[in-house]
Ligand binder design. Structure first.
Ligand SMILES: Nc1ncnc2c1ncn2[C@@H]1O[C@H](COP(=O)(O)OP(=O)(O)OP(=O)(O)O)[C@@H](O)[C@H]1O
Length: 455
């Protein structure tokens, strides 16, 4: 079977006979199931059982609450006939990733194979997190997508702002690629291609093909044969070279500059860009046919501002792994890091950590005193009476005000967010979350219950 952990389930159906039947079948196939109770925190994979009479809004609300707190993955199994509009609604809302229908399909097979696949995938995701650091939900979803892509042998286009980790991701795609005896990953930065050399970097050249071509040389396509060709900043590839690359991808053949002989090259293409390639196509700066050819799978890397929860883990990683600093980092330093903007994304954070690590001396903790003066924040409105975090909070509250919320509603919303963040950061442990918030566990249990539907 390949799936060892217990799978939680929740029921939204009253068809008890059918339900018992299917649960029995799942358990007989080796899947260990446990019903989800009122205050349980769903982790890992889960199944929801429903039927045509289940109130879809209730089901969705419950699943939204689960996915709000955790990165659980859900399979929906309908024990009765469900209208296709309802199925679409479930899938589109993103609450359930897979749908199985008891009457017409073999849900046991569907569920079992999905669980087994997810188990393999999660193991790889955990391993990837050692190098592609981050624990936020959006980052974990990106890593899951990445593993999915890597296991199939297709072309991948990685998109994302500068410094989001595109090159690192490309290396990991190559590492996960299951081709037996795959060769190297060859990296070409398209911004460095010299137009006058007509693509010698990519295709190689013959001796005497141009001035300084003193000997015959292989290009990146030859070097990437049976491996991976990573074209970084693909949006910068000059149009004439785009045509030649397309040909090489379609036919698997190319010519060295100055040669009339067709050569074969077989490689997996992974490309990356921080441009909006679809827009470049519309503007006529990028070939549409090449765009379709390379974008079999696309992977959009989130900017750091969309995964601020990862700033602390990334900073810790850089201090510990790159600078071998094991001393504690003062909370105020993390506040400073969290408050700052990172237009250069992870690279900018990494460089900042380098500067702090270089300034730090001795065995003591890392404190605000280790932050170089050139990195000090703009003190207007910073660290005055309310402390770090205030400007961001102000932006959030302003948006709530403009949405017409009054003082009580704003207070309630901020309170809910604080509870959610604490629960998430403590991996669902209400006791620790309550300790962190300085409130009773009971308040958090009530909070959890308000987002749940009783089965
Ligand atoms: N999730 C991550 N975990 C650890 N290090 C990371 C992560 N993301 C990026 N980095 C580090 O940040 C730096 C920038 O990453 P990378 O060069 O892969 O970004 P990029 O998107 O290719 O940037 P550019 O578009 O400017 O070439 C690298 O040193 C990389 O190791």
């Amino acid at each position: 079977m390949g799936f060892k952990s217990t799978v939680w389930f929740q029921t939204f159906t009253h068809q008890h006979g059918l339900l018992a039947d299917i649960i029995g079948q799942l358990e007989a196939s080796g899947i260990e199931l446990a019903a989800l109770h009122m205050n349980d925190f769903p982790t890992g994979a889960g199944i929801i059982f429903l039927d045509q009479d289940s109130k879809l809004a209730e089901v969705q609300e419950a699943m939204d609450a689960f996915s709000f707190y955790s990165d659980t993955r859900i399979i929906a199994v309908s024990v009765g006939r469900l209208a296709s509009t309802s199925t679409w609604a479930l899938l589109r809302s993103g609450a359930a990733e897979v749908f199985a229908w008891f009457e017409v399909e073999k849900p046991v097979q569907i569920v079992a194979s999905r669980l087994a696949y997810w188990a393999v995938l999660e193991e790889k995701v955990v391993d990837l997190q050692q190098r592609l650091v981050g624990r936020s939900k959006c980052w974990i979803n990106t890593l899951r997508q990445l593993v999915d892509m890597s296991l199939s042998n297709c072309q991948v286009l990685i998109m994302g702002e500068s410094g989001t980790g595109k090159e690192l991701v490309a290396q990991e795609i190559h590492r996960l690629d299951p081709r037996p005896n795959k060769r190297d990953c060859v990296v070409v930065d398209c911004t460095n291609l010299i137009p006058g050399l007509s693509g010698s970097e990519l295709f190689g050249h013959e001796k005497g093909a141009f001035t300084n071509a003193i000997s015959t040389r292989d290009g990146a396509l030859a070097l990437a044969h049976e491996g991976t060709l990573f074209l970084d900043e693909l949006g910068e590839l000059p149009l004439p070279l785009q045509a030649e690359l397309l040909r090489a991808l379609q036919e698997g053949t190319y010519k060295r500059v100055g040669s009339n002989t067709w050569r074969q090259a077989s490689f997996r293409l992974v490309s990356a860009t921080n441009r909006d390639l679809a827009e470049e196509v519309r503007k006529g700066r990028f070939r549409q046919d090449l765009y379709y050819r390379i974008s079999g799978w696309t992977c959009q890397l989130p900017p750091l501002r969309e995964r601020k929860e990862d700033i602390v883990v990334l900073a810790e990683h850089f201090f510990r792994e790159r600078h071998h600093i094991q001393q504690p980092v003062d909370r105020q330093v993390y506040d400073f890091l969290l408050l700052r903007d990172y237009p250069g994304n992870v690279r900018e954070l990494q460089q900042l950590i380098n500067r702090i690590a270089n300034k730090h001396l001795g065995e003591g903790p890392i404190t605000l005193g280790d932050i170089p003066r050139s990195d000090w924040p703009d003190f207007a409105g910073f660290g005055t009476n309310e402390g770090p975090g205030t400007p961001e909070l102000e932006i959030g509250v302003t948006s709530l005000l403009y949405r017409g919320l009054g003082l009580k509603e704003i207070k309630d919303q901020v309170t809910e967010i604080a509870k959610k963040v604490a629960i998430t950061h403590e991996n669902g442990n209400l006791k620790l979350a309550a300790h962190r918030l300085g409130c009773s566990e009971r308040i958090l249990q009530m909070h959890r219950r308000s987002g749940e539907v009783v089965s």
